[in-house]
Design a protein around this ligand. Structure first.
Ligand code: TYD
Length: 138
């Protein structure tokens, strides 16, 4: 996978004077079957999250509230996506290093994954990731 496989996807939105509504469906806007949903919240100013790649996990991230940046790195290129609208989702397939930072106050990152939680699916060592990437192992 490379940076080009990362997609910023505009979600349906129903603007309404009573309040707006958006939604996601698996195998549709989210291009996989959802096995897990988690969220990151109460992030203190200046903190960052992520800093790893997954061997097999595809993810889809929505800034349900507030804003934050997601930087994706494929070993050759890096790209930063600012998520600041709840009707956009960022699809990051497996095998890509990602970090999340610049969380605004009261921001809420909602993340969908196509796997159950498994620590063995994580690659936490950036140099090891780069080696595996250049060998085509991931
Ligand atoms: P981690 O993925 O390391 O967070 P981040 O990448 O944002 O820094 O997860 C932090 C902790 O939460 C870790 O102890 C494992 C736990 N966790 C689960 O139990 N289930 C999950 O689905 C996730 C994503 C994390």
């Amino acid at each position: 996978m490379t940076i080009d496989d990362v997609k910023l996807i505009e979600l349906p939105k129903f603007m309404d004077p009573r309040g707006n509504l958006s939604f996601v469906e698996q195998n549709n806007h989210i291009p996989f079957e959802i096995q897990r949903t988690y969220w990151i919240y109460d992030v203190p100013g200046g903190e960052d999250r992520g800093g790893h790649a997954y061997k097999t996990t595809d993810e889809f991230i929505i800034a349900i509230a507030g804003a934050f940046d997601v930087t994706v790195d494929d070993g050759k290129q890096k790209k930063t996506f600012t998520l600041n609208r709840s009707y956009y989702g960022l699809y990051i397939p497996k095998g890509l290093w990602r970090t999340m930072d610049n969380f605004s106050s009261a921001s809420l990152a909602l993340e969908f994954a196509n796997t159950k939680y498994d620590r063995n699916d994580y690659m936490d060592d950036y140099n090891e990731y780069i080696n595996m990437k250049s060998n085509g192992e991931i």
